[in-house]
Design a binder for this molecule. Structure first.
Ligand code: ADP
Ligand code: MG
Length: 393
């Protein structure tokens, strides 16, 4: 990696400001899923071992620049104390007077979490004053929040200009996994793309077309491609204004050497609902009143063949309406095939990651990205401001 990491600097006894992504799903004041916290533990524990004073900063939810008590980080402070087996300190603001006081009194090895950065409008505006205030708390800055690296905010980008700034261990892992896939993939290289809309994934497709050997298309977006390829798609979700670009992508694939693989059969439902009645039909037989909500078994067979010969796989977006059990088979089955396959698989995207975790095969996947939007932008070939701002090797 061309960016410095925690291992490249001396943190012993120093005050270290660490941007983490503890934007965990909450329900009734309780943490629903602590995956993001657990994944940041290696960085925090390393800093504790090095006797650093660790000052953590995160955002939580979308308070839009105002103090919203339900979005306080207090439950996270409590849970992190449990995870670390020792008390985590808390500051009532994010870079203000209380942060300064608590940070001042920290002992070596202690951990402090500042209040929600997005309680302050300056955070998302990347206001230099907030960046400077955060920087004044510490000697060094570590960014371990890959999930917000695509946003140039005060705590993700601005602050990095005021302190020696390096990547944390989770950030390092994310960058290495994603760049090994898009930079120097072992071939054959297959991309699986799904999700609701073509419009969300066009840039990813265009960036991957020149790199992959196979592009497997599923989910809602497959319908626009089927229509563009001349099939009747009934009442399926399609984006008429994207038919042209879908046609262009199909044409481009012919010259770029990537094989685009569309569904050959689908699960067609009479309505968009959990209890819809459905049938498996060939793509040239989709009834006029039906909507395609999942991949059919013949398509899964084709997908499995490609997945089983691939050495590298990137997967973004679920392949059907996985929220309804009746239409989750395409996503779940693909998750199982990918988990059993030999390829190095990298999965990114909020929904597909949730689906793969629900399918219970997450442990067998080479890399599951903690960043939905960030992983997508990485795959689009964009540079992420939170990473760019870190020191080069
Ligand atoms: P990710 O978060 O993994 O990037 P997206 O947000 O792009 O994925 O898309 C997820 C959504 O796509 C899910 O809510 C799912 O129900 C929807 N979806 C998948 N297949 C279809 C389909 N055939 N028709 C309509 N919606 C679909
Ligand atoms: Mg999503």
């Amino acid at each position: 990696m061309n960016k410095k990491t925690l291992r490249d600097i001396d943190v012993a006894g120093k005050k270290v400001l660490v941007r983490v992504d503890f934007n965990v799903p909450m329900k009734d004041g309780k943490i629903n899923d602590d995956t993001r916290m657990v994944k940041a533990l290696p960085t925090i524990k390393y800093l504790q071992e090095q006797k650093a004073k660790t000052i953590l900063v995160t955002h939580l939810g979308r308070p839009k620049g105002k103090v919203v008590p339900e979005m306080s980080v207090k439950p996270i402070v409590e849970h992190l104390s449990e995870l670390l087996g020792e008390e985590v300190l808390y500051a009532r603001d994010c870079g203000g007077e209380d942060s300064r006081q608590v940070a001042e009194e920290m002992k070596e090895g202690q951990v402090l979490l500042l209040e929600n950065a997005r309680f302050y409008a300056e955070e998302e505006k990347n206001d230099p004053k907030m960046a400077e205030a955060l920087a004044r708390l510490a000697d060094l800055y570590v960014n371990d929040a890959f999930g917000t690296a695509h946003r140039a905010h005060a705590s993700t980008e601005g602050v990095a200009h005021h302190l020696p700034a390096v990547a944390g261990f989770l950030m390092e892992k994310e960058i290495e996994a994603l760049s090994s896939a898009v930079g120097n993939p072992q071939k054959p290289f297959a991309a699986i793309l799904g999700g609701a809309k073509v419009s969300d994934k066009i840039s990813v497709m265009q960036n991957l077309l020149g790199k992959v050997d196979y592009l497997l298309v599923g989910g809602g977006m497959a319908n626009t491609f089927l229509k563009a390829a001349g099939y009747e798609t009934g009442k399926s979700l399609i984006e008429p204004e994207k038919l042209e670009v879908a046609q262009e992508i199909l044409a481009e694939a012919k010259t770029s050497g990537a094989e685009v693989i569309l569904p050959v059969d689908v699960v067609a439902a009479d309505k968009f609902a959990e209890d819809a009645s459905s049938q498996v039909v060939d793509v040239n037989n989709i009834p006029a009143q039906a909507m395609a909500l999942d991949l059919g078994p013949a398509t899964l067979k084709v997908f499995a063949e490609v997945i089983n010969k691939a050495k590298t796989i990137v997967w973004n977006g679920p392949l059907g309406v996985y929220e309804f059990p009746k239409f989750a088979a395409g996503t779940n089955e693909t998750a199982r095939i990918v988990a059993e396959a030999e390829a190095k698989t990298i999965i990114g995207g909020g929904d597909v990651v949730a689906a793969v975790e629900k399918a219970g095969v997450a442990e067998k996947i080479y890399h599951i990205s903690t960043g939905g939007g960030a992983s997508l932008e990485f795959l689009e070939g964009k540079s992420l401001p939170g990473i760019v701002a870190l020191q080069d090797r």
